[in-house]
Design a protein around this ligand. Structure first.
Ligand SMILES: [Zn+2]
Length: 474
């Protein structure tokens, strides 16, 4: 902000190879490799690990400032950091508790849409305001207003964080900011357009129907926060509508229970298995904070439905129960849907399912999220349909299970959504920095934005930090 004051927006772990300009994340990348001098505060846009995963290292490096985030994020963040601490530092319960206490003292929950004074000196007035980003519960984009009383200079910088897709379930879509002089915007899906929600849900239903007709398991690798809850929400709706139409069909005298001699899929009793203790905890917070849901989700609630806690939903907690579930589903021919993490199959419980099930054509893997280059998820996605293999722990696993991808299912805005975030502003930025995306995605978004500026006969510096040789973030 000036020579003495800096603001840190997010402090995450790199996921996969392409999301970090330096290449693959290694242990060395965890350490804080920048100076903490002058950093007055950390703003956490949302609690995905690639945005907050390095907070433990930041604190270990001596960062003393507050961690600013939205009210829902303030509830989710300790859960995420507890997990990160257990993975990276210690599982000793006393240490974990001490650490959580420290975290909770640092967190400052900011209500959405309200300005917060960060710095108020003769040289600099800095205010920040969080707005809903529609990406996951608690996600925010950050407006930073800087005024330099001595020179009279003013500027507004907007950091998008991750932006949600307009048709994402559960949360309302993000609205464009009023204005920005400088915009730092994500570009994960800068080169793609999503399907609309209705056809995406129809495809989900079709894949599930097909996959489950051969008495197998559908494995859905999903991130604990966001996509898991969206999926549960869509599954509840599919089951709800199927149950309604089944009860209409099975009036006395009708024989709708069999088609071509194959027992029809019993949607009402189809188990949806959430095998991720972390995802279960997040799902509870999502349920608790229903005041942040969108109109559709709240209407379902008002009708007595439980979009995130329905009868078919089974949660698996202990590691033993998890192993038992893997065995049971491998050995029986009971159709089931399993949601387990992590989302790119690089570690976590999903790996046990994949090892046990990839070799059998009875099972299906359904990708609903972004698979970064270099992750097993990407390998399965690419080589699965060609009867290829994937490696886990140095061992080859042949892929005979069917592999599907439902591309439109995503918690990120697509190119159109990202472009609108800019063009729906009253005053467009004169500098845009594209971050958080593969090179092709960033280049495509840059081209799309340049085109809109040309249409408006205006101009902006559109920078791709790490790709062109512009220096990093300010
Ligand atoms: Zn995110």
């Amino acid at each position: 902000m000036d020579d003495e004051h800096a603001l840190l927006i997010d402090c995450g772990l790199f996921q996969g190879a392409e999301t970090s300009p330096e290449g693959r994340a290694g242990a060395g990348k965890l350490a804080i490799d920048f100076s903490l001098d002058g950093i007055k505060a950390l703003v956490a846009t949302h609690v995905h690990i690639d945005h907050v995963g390095r907070i433990p290292y930041l604190l270990a490096a001596g960062f003393k400032g507050p961690i600013l985030c939205s009210e829902p994020s303030a509830k989710l963040l300790p859960i995420v950091l507890e997990d990160a601490f257990k993975l990276g530092f210690s599982r000793d319960q006393k240490q974990v508790e001490r650490y959580l206490k420290l975290i909770e003292q640092r967190i400052v929950a900011l209500p959405y849409k309200q300005w917060f004074t960060l710095i108020d000196t003769k040289q600099l007035n800095a205010h920040i305001r969080l707005q809903r980003a529609g990406h996951i519960l608690g996600s925010a984009y950050v407006e930073v207003d800087l005024q330099y009383p001595e020179t009279g200079e003013k500027k507004r910088i907007v950091f998008s964080g991750d932006l949600g897709a307009p048709h994402a379930p559960i949360l309302p879509a993000p609205k464009a900011p009023y204005k920005a002089d400088i915009l730092v915007i994500e570009s994960t899906y800068g080169d793609r357009l999503h399907e609309d929600r209705r056809s995406r849900r129809a495809r989900l239903e079709k894949v599930l129907e097909h996959a489950l007709s051969n008495q197998g398991t559908v494995l859905i690798p999903a991130f604990s926060i966001g996509r898991t809850q969206e999926l549960l929400y869509e599954l509840e709706d599919i089951i709800h509508r199927r149950a309604l139409s089944e009860s209409a069909k099975t009036q006395p005298g009708s024989s709708a229970s069999k088609t071509n001699g194959v027992p029809a899929l019993d949607w009402t009793n189809l188990p949806i298995i959430l095998d991720s203790p972390l995802a279960s905890r997040f799902t509870s917070v999502y349920r608790e904070l229903d005041q942040f849901w969108d109109a559709e989700a709240r209407a379902r609630l008002a009708k007595g439905r439980s979009p995130l806690a329905f009868r078919n939903l089974l949660t698996v907690d202990s590691h033993q129960a998890h192993l038992a579930m893997v065995n049971r589903l491998t050995q029986t021919a009971q159709p089931a849907i399993v949601i387990s993490g992590n989302g790119m199959c690089s570690s976590g419980r999903i790996v046990n399912y994949l090892k046990a099930m990839l070799g059998n054509e009875r099972h299906d893997v359904l990708f609903v999220g972004y698979q970064a280059e270099g992750t097993p998820g990407r390998q399965i996605q690419r080589f699965g349909p060609r009867s290829g293999y994937v490696e886990f722990d140095g061992q080859r696993y042949d892929i005979r299970a069917q592999v599907h991808t439902i591309g439109g299912y995503s918690a990120h805005a697509d190119q159109l959504g990202l472009v609108r975030f800019v063009t729906h502003m009253s005053a467009w930025p004169n500098e845009i920095r594209l971050v958080h995306g593969d090179k092709p995605a960033r280049r495509a978004l840059a081209d799309a934005l340049r085109e809109r500026y040309v249409d408006q006969s205006s101009d902006a510096d559109i920078l791709l930090p790490g790709i062109d040789e512009e220096t990093g973030m300010g």
